[in-house]
Design a protein around this ligand. Structure first.
Ligand code: HEC
Length: 127
């Protein structure tokens, strides 16, 4: 009798080890649904890039602002110069030394950063 219980217990243990409960196949898509696709086609300076810089960058990168950093990034020509130098792409994707700075929220959402890169790769057009 004891032996039967022992064997039953053993079989149960083996079953649990082989098929652990809760270890089902879960992936991001099943759990959260399809993530919003990020549309990086024809990103516009006037309707996307400038408003984004205004919200997230101008307070430190516009000369008239109290937190001005010394680096002018407002207006199309200044933005274009920094964009084509590679510095905007670098710093907006630099997790260790990001823009906006860590103290100001750090990296922008992934889709915003993809759009900035797409705009720069298109030659930073005034569109
Ligand atoms: C809270 C203030 C602050 C905000 C907000 C901010 N920056 Fe900066 N940024 C600085 C300071 C200060 C420096 C200079 C020190 C450094 O390079 O870290 C700088 C440097 C930079 C540089 C490097 C300039 C160079 O010639 O080396 C780039 C490019 C830049 N910022 C882009 C951005 C962009 C794009 C945003 C918005 C997405 C942004 N920054 C938001 C404060 C800020």
């Amino acid at each position: 009798m004891k032996r039967t219980f022992f064997l039953l217990g053993l079989a149960l243990c083996l079953l649990v080890i082989t098929f652990p409960p809760g270890c089902y196949y879960d992936n991001e898509q099943d759990l959260y649904g399809n993530p919003e696709p990020c549309d990086t086609v024809g990103v516009s300076y006037s309707t996307f890039i400038e408003p984004l810089l205004q919200d997230h960058c101008y307070k430190c990168h516009k000369e008239s602002e109290p937190e001005f950093s010394g680096y002018i990034l407002d207006g199309y020509e200044n933005t274009k110069t920094y964009a084509l130098s590679g510095k905007v792409a670098d710093r907006t994707n630099n997790a260790a030394n990001p823009m906006p700075p860590l103290s100001d929220g750090g990296l922008l959402p992934d889709c915003d950063r993809q759009k900035i890169l797409a705009w720069i790769r298109a030659g930073a057009p005034q569109n």
